[in-house]
Design a protein around this ligand. Sequence first.
Ligand code: SAM
Ligand code: SF4
Ligand code: SF4
Length: 336
Amino acid sequence: MEPLNDTLSRPLKDLRISVLDRCNLRCTYCMPEESLHARGVFLRPQYLLSDGEIELLVRVFARLGVHKVRLTGGEPLLRPGFVELVSRISAVEGITDLALTTNAILLPRHAGALKEAGLGRITVSLDSLDGDVFYKMAGGRGSVQEVLDGISAAEAAGFERVKINTVVQRNVNDHTVIDLVEHFRTTPHTVRLIEFMDVGNVNNWDRELVVPSAELLKKIHDRWPLRPVAKQPLGETARRYAFTDGAGEIGFISSITEPFCGDCSRARVTAEGLFYSCLFSAKGTVLRDKIRAGSGEDELVDEIRGLWLKRADRYSELRSHLPQRQPHIEMYRMGG
Ligand code: SAM
Ligand code: SF4
Ligand code: SF4
């Protein structure tokens, strides 16, 4: 199939679906507790895409060339019937890579069933191994041990190589990065250090809190020499480095200091069925109501094809030229 290219010649290859906006943590960089005081801040069940609607959209995207789907949130494992949803998506023709991003707290309960349902890969978010730092960043919920237990459960279920996502903030957890890298570098798992991003409107983003990846790379390289790994396939957000002593790899996701819009082949669908062509878009396109009004697969294929053909997003590359921080949808709705 000919790839569907946007105005900047970027093919539509990946789909990220947020399956739920709720979460059992309150990470300060994503969903700070104090921002949730308004009642009804989360979507009520009738506004969420149903399993059937998500499956339909996956079929539509698969027809447009998507092979890779990542399920995210909020916390996906809180969605009732999530394992069944995974098995429905993994059965869609053309979907060859099905991944999950999770905070891992509920993995001990679900990892085995997820493997059986056809989930291929798991990414776990873990910002620090220091209990106090973790607790502070997670908004006073969860614990390091629960996340490590989740990772062990994933391993036991046969997810041999887990990606560990770590958001790094200056004077918050940057002093614990070396310990975290040391812990995982001799395991099959790969740590990816993520620059704190200006997603959403409530996370008090401040450039001063961003630790440039180059700074972390130097710090880690000084301790354990690294060499760059050859350029990744299009759509891979992390720049990868291998430890020269053979103890695995590390990745850097540097949306602030080294934007990668030129490689961005990713469409996003929120928990309420809005299509977004960029993490930082101000406005999405409503798909849920079209489905509920009777739009079928062919119409949705045409709609999304049209949206992708018009796509010109490159927010991260333009960020420093924009006059002020732009309003955009919250990360826990959009899905990271
Ligand atoms: N709850 C799941 C989790 O935390 O893995 C999935 C959803 S979470 C929104 C997806 C990813 O987005 C996580 O790895 C999280 O660390 C990342 N994220 C959230 N807010 C971020 C921010 N402001 N900057 C960078 N990454 C962020
Ligand atoms: Fe929840 Fe994930 Fe956001 Fe943390 S980053 S609050 S775990 S959705
Ligand atoms: Fe993709 Fe938008 Fe991020 Fe650029 S800013 S990499 S276009 S999601």
